[in-house]
Write a protein that binds this ligand. Structure first.
Ligand SMILES: O=C(O)CCC(=O)/C=C/C=C(\O)C(=O)O
Ligand SMILES: [Fe+2]
Length: 319
């Protein structure tokens, strides 16, 4: 039984608003190196933890966590569209195992996902259907949000299930770190946006989809000029968070308060619960060591942008 982990920030802005060539090169190198490391491992199963951005999950029924038995990517911001390669029986077994393990999760046979899922699959594995993947949604934008502690509990339980499979498993956490792109909030939405957040946004007319994307692109262009036009990035918080994960300090991660994290690092920072869940899943295989940490605040992508890999300490079998 072996497991590896790769966490990686995502951004829909790549290719739309990009940083300077040297920064872009550095990020591409980081991703290429992670991709090679994963290819060497040759995972038989990928468990991908990702948020959504009101593209697949809405306030009509918003679960804190949801596992897909089938999933398709919408291809927002030019990311790949189409079905993910979900091993349906295994995904079902995973839900069953979680429920029996005391962790209640939702499930979906028609899961709609956005760049949060498709970007890391494409970048780390080469295509969104390259490997069997169990998609695990974590609500990171639709308040009220699940806690850091529950993300850890979910991850640990998924790790226990994965361990029972006797396969090479890769855990992926998608999103984060500090950032607050212009994702709408129910509390402040006008009537039209409110209607979209309640569910009518599931299949946006193309013109509205385009206008929505342009709004994010314009916000990024403005943020480059004025880093107080949105919640500022917080490199200090980001580095501290990565350290907590590297050192397996789960009690301190559990203690992170949602409102405090929003205040310090921005509302979309809750995407890092995907990293917590992925690390917790890996921890169910035993002690781990991290590798190739990368961090840089990238205003062009409205993101504290990070990546980190990890594997069980021997890198081989865990009894
Ligand atoms: O346009 C909207 O309503 C939502 C904007 C959006 O989808 C932004 C997403 C940004 C990220 O995924 C990110 O920076 O993590
Ligand atoms: Fe995101």
């Amino acid at each position: 039984m072996t497991a590896r982990l790769q966490c990686l920030s995502h951004t829909p802005l790549v290719g739309h608003v990009d940083p300077a060539q040297d920064v872009l090169h550095e990020v591409r190198q980081t991703i290429a190196e992670a991709r090679d490391w994963i290819a060497t491992f040759d995972p038989e199963l990928v468990v991908l933890f990702s948020p959504d951005h009101f593209n697949g999950f809405f306030y009509d029924t918003m679960p804190p966590f949801c596992i897909g038995m089938q999933a398709h990517a919408i291809g927002d911001f030019g990311t790949p569209a189409g079905p993910l390669n979900v091993p349906q029986e295994l995904a079902r077994d995973c839900v069953q195992a979680l429920l029996e393990d005391g962790v209640d999760v939702a499930m979906s046979y028609t899961m709609q996902v956005d760049h949060g899922f498709s970007q890391p699959l494409d970048e780390l594995l080469g295509a969104i259907d390259a490997r069997p993947v169990i998609p695990v949604f974590i609500n990171a934008v639709a308040a009220p949000l699940p806690t850091f502690a529950r993300a850890r509990v979910l991850g640990e339980a998924i790790g226990r299930f994965a361990r029972s499979l006797n396969r090479r498993v890769l855990f992926v956490g998608s999103g984060g770190l500090s950032h607050q792109p212009p994702v709408p909030e129910l509390a402040t939405a006008n009537e039209h946006i409110r209607d979209r957040l309640l569910g009518s946004g599931r299949n946006l007319p193309p013109a509205e989809r385009e206008a929505r994307q342009q709004r994010v692109i314009h916000a990024a262009l403005r943020f480059i000029e004025d880093q107080h036009s949105l919640h500022p990035l917080n490199p200090q918080w980001d580095r501290h968070f990565m350290e907590l994960l590297s050192q397996g300090r789960f009690a301190e991660l559990d203690a992170l308060r949602n409102d405090e994290v929003s205040r310090l690092a921005g509302r979309s920072t809750h995407e890092v619960k995907t990293w917590v869940a992925a690390f917790a899943a890996l921890s169910s295989f035993g002690a781990y060591e991290t590798r190739a940490p990368y961090y840089r605040p990238i205003p062009e992508w409205i993101a504290g942008f990070g990546a980190i890999g990890a594997q069980t300490q021997t890198g081989v079998a865990v009894a």
